[in-house]
Design a protein around this ligand. Structure first.
Ligand code: PAF
Length: 283
């Protein structure tokens, strides 16, 4: 087993450790950053594993970012489990963890200036969660600056494809702002029964977890052409305890509605009990 990663609570401490580790790296010097909100599962493990394969140094940030939660959302109850997170990160070979306190990230309270996600951030999850993507992009922008290699090094950041809209927006932000980082998308990891791994799955009781399977099932049936969009929506809505937010087929580059055909992306969001879940599948 690899040694436990160094856990840094302060940004200054993290940057010093980053400079040390990158300075000590031999061969091609590169840093892989995996931004997370903690409550890690094997989906995150997959991100870290890929970062480990591709980089000399792997850093993971663990920070529950209040800016991306709406007033009625689960910021307070969002699971925080740093010891278990560090255990998972040790197994997957991370070198450094940045787990800053709120005051480290936002010393003057909520930032006055934020990244605006724009048109792509106003649809789908952005329509259901106003301000969510502005908050997520603002913290991702900060994290990419905080972790920017302090010595010449290739810089990659890893994001899961489960948050397809977030991934698209991060890519747009990096391109539109000329940020010196390469964004690496990582495929969704699913449980054996098809449920996409998510930190929020731990809110589900056994009956809700069974009901939640309707989401991945509907996506698969849609992708296989076994049902049309309306029928797939109706199936989700008919499931006990499940309230559909949206099921759409879009062009993955623009999020504009598209025909269910190869190259399109089916995206779903639904409440299962009080837990909001998302999933997607390329057609
Ligand atoms: O995907 C997440 O876990 C979060 O949105 C991120 C990218 C870590 C920003 O808080």
């Amino acid at each position: 087993m690899s040694p436990a990663p160094l856990v840094c609570r302060g940004i200054g401490e993290f940057r010093e450790a980053l400079a040390d580790r990158l300075g000590a790296a031999s061969g091609a010097v590169s840093l892989g950053l995996v931004p997370t909100m903690g409550a890690l599962h094997e989906g995150h493990g997959h991100l870290v594993r890929l970062a480990r394969q591709e980089n000399a140094v792997v850093a993971v940030s663990v920070f529950v970012n209040p800016l991306q939660f709406g007033p009625d959302e689960d910021y307070e109850r969002y699971p925080r489990a740093l010891d278990a997170d560090v255990e998972l990160l040790t197994r997957h070979g991370a070198d450094l963890v940045l787990a800053p306190a709120l005051e480290q990230m936002y010393p003057d309270g909520e930032p006055l200036v934020r990244v605006t996600a724009g048109r792509l951030g106003a649809v789908l999850d952005g329509a259901s969660r106003p301000g969510h993507f502005d908050g997520a992009l603002t913290v991702v922008n900060k994290l990419l600056n905080i972790a920017r290699p302090p010595v010449p090094a290739r810089f990659r950041a890893y994001f899961g494809e489960k948050d397809a809209q977030q991934l698209l927006l991060v890519r747009r932000m990096v391109a539109d702002f000329d940020l010196p980082v390469e964004i690496r998308p990582v495929p969704i990891v699913r449980d054996d029964d098809g449920l996409a791994l998510s930190s929020r799955n731990r809110y589900l009781d056994p009956a809700q977890r069974r009901s939640a399977l309707v989401l991945s099932r509907a996506l698969r049936e849609l992708a296989a052409g076994q049902v049309g969009l309306e029928a797939a929506r109706a199936r989700i809505d008919a499931e006990d305890g499940v309230r559909l937010d949206y099921l759409v087929v879009v062009d993955p580059r623009t999020l504009e509605p598209a025909e269910p055909a190869p190259g399109a992306l089916a995206l779903v969001a639904a409440h299962v009990g009080s837990t909001r879940l998302i999933d997607n599948l390329a057609l």
